[in-house]
Design a protein around this ligand. Structure first.
Ligand code: ADP
Ligand code: MG
Length: 459
């Protein structure tokens, strides 16, 4: 640990490592004590690779760290380990049939070593279902029970932090754990692209193909990343066909409806649009509350009801922001060793709660965000071009400007290449009409508005 002290700031080291203690070790594992599961998760998330690397440097062995939760007094754990504090050590074999292990024990399910690319916490049990996500969640559960039959492929889309990765990985975890002999492959579109490029460079594309074309369940996260990557798209197209013909399940996620992806070949687009496309919406107050309560419970924390509702009332954007608020609060309470109260919540989260000042939102920011989203330049957005590819994003940007700023339609017209105010009014009417008939448009507008507001508060 002292080796790490040199690399981290004093504050960072003090925050996470002072209340961590060595318990025991063997050839392959080191067990350390930490004061709570919150602590464990934070350390795992932030520092595990660094610690493991350091240990490797020091010992020359690849050691796994396991955590034990102990009560701490000051910086030392109290001597008695809690009941049944078994470290979460992987079983030695890939598949461990524990049913026959002890003759008297009740039958237990077969345990399989956790999937190497999936986060074990991303399960259906930990996913709170609300009106905003029930369609997607139910589809995901159905798929995990009968992969390759009903909804193939399935594409889940929605804005950042709404649970896409959680859901797609929950399908992976469920299939990996419950259905024997299945090869589950999870990859982000970004890694898929990198691996593909590397395979070409190293001339071993057959290995790459084998990995993806022999999957029983292929999960690709964030396919919007494939825009403009034409060779990778081509490869995925062939992978898709091979798996589809073999009735293998595929699930994709995307930050927007497929119809709004740009620079995607038509044939791949039509593949994504096959099967089922479902969206995730931002959670309502009730769902935010249920999610936060579940998190609090899983960390074994005690937070007054009033503080919980304060957070839910003020953090409305997405689940990631909700979790970040909780993490910040709990980190503070752990650090100063205080119970969380409403006052502390208000104090510690006041920056998080400060609602974005709408005056920070400029037309320029709106134009850049919308143009980026559609892969256009702001010049194109303001130009005289009237092709559909430009006209729709332009109308959308005008609509958003009218919704989130105080500009008049005349001023908006001027900002968009000197157009007349009637053009702006017409654009807004078009967007409103389209929202009534196209259910995918409203989430897109919400996503863009959120992203614009987020950027405007980061300044
Ligand atoms: P996305 O991939 O859509 O950006 P993530 O799946 O990464 O979002 O979700 C962000 C965080 O919020 C994750 O920690 C995830 O576990 C959590 N989360 C999202 N939706 C839910 C939900 N319905 N119930 C519980 N946790 C959720
Ligand atoms: Mg994600």
């Amino acid at each position: 640990m002292s080796q790490l002290e040199d690399e981290l700031s004093e504050q960072e080291y003090g925050m996470w490592f002072n209340r961590m203690d060595y318990v025991r070790s063997d050839d392959a594992h080191i067990i350390v004590a930490v004061p709570s599961s919150f602590y464990r998760d934070q350390v795992k998330q932030r520092y595990l690779p660094v610690i493991e690397e350091k240990l490797f440097e020091l010992s020359g062995n690849k050691l796994t760290i396991d955590f034990e939760i102990r009560k701490f007094e000051g910086t030392k754990p109290t001597p008695d380990p809690p009941r049944k504090a078994a470290p979460d050590v992987d079983p030695p074999d890939d598949r461990l049939d524990v049913t026959g292990a002890a003759p008297d024990s009740p039958a237990r399910p077969r345990l399989r070593r956790p999937h190497e690319n999936l986060k074990p916490d991303y399960t259906f049990e930990s996913f709170v279902v609300g009106q905003n996500n029930s369609f997607a969640a139910n589809a995901a559960i159905a798929i995990s029970r009968n992969p390759g039959t009903a909804y193939n492929p399935c594409l889940v889309y929605g804005g950042v932090g709404l649970g896409k990765t959680h859901l797609i990985q929950a399908i992976g975890n469920a299939v990996h754990n419950d259905i024997g002999n299945t090869k589950v492959v999870y990859v982000t579109a970004e890694n898929f692209t990198t691996e593909f490029i590397q395979a070409i460079r190293e001339k071993n594309t057959h290995k790459f193909k084998a990995k993806y074309r022999y999957a029983d369940l292929l999960l690709i996260d964030d396919i919007h990343f494939l825009q403009k990557k034409s060779e990778t798209q081509e490869e995925l197209f062939h992978t898709f066909n091979a798996l589809y013909d073999a009735n293998k399940q595929m699930v994709f996620t995307c930050d927007r409806p497929v119809s709004e992806l740009r620079d995607l070949t038509d044939r791949l687009r039509s593949r994504f649009e096959r099967g089922l496309n479902v969206d995730l919406q931002p959670p309502s107050y009730e769902t935010r509350y249920a999610i936060l309560k579940k998190k609090i419970e899983s960390f074994n924390l005690s937070i007054p009801e009033e503080a919980v509702s304060l957070i839910c009332n003020n953090v409305t954007t997405n689940v990631r922001d909700l979790e970040a608020a909780l993490t910040k609060l709990v980190a503070y309470a752990e650090l100063v060793n205080k119970n969380i109260t409403v006052e502390i919540t208000r104090q510690q989260l006041k920056d998080v709660f400060a609602s974005p000042k709408q005056t920070n939102v400029t037309v320029d920011l709106i134009q850049r965000t919308v143009a980026d989203y559609f892969n256009l330049s702001t010049q194109e957005l303001k130009s005289k071009k009237r092709t559909r590819v430009v006209a729709f994003p332009r109308q959308l940007a005008m609509y958003i400007t009218r919704e989130v700023t105080e500009y008049s339609t005349t001023e908006i017209g001027l900002e968009f290449g000197g157009r007349d105010h009637t053009t702006v009014m017409h654009a807004c009417q078009r967007i409103e009409a389209r929202m009534r008939t196209d259910p995918t448009l409203e989430p897109t507008v919400q996503y863009l508005v959120r992203s614009i507001k987020d950027q405007s508060t980061q300044r």
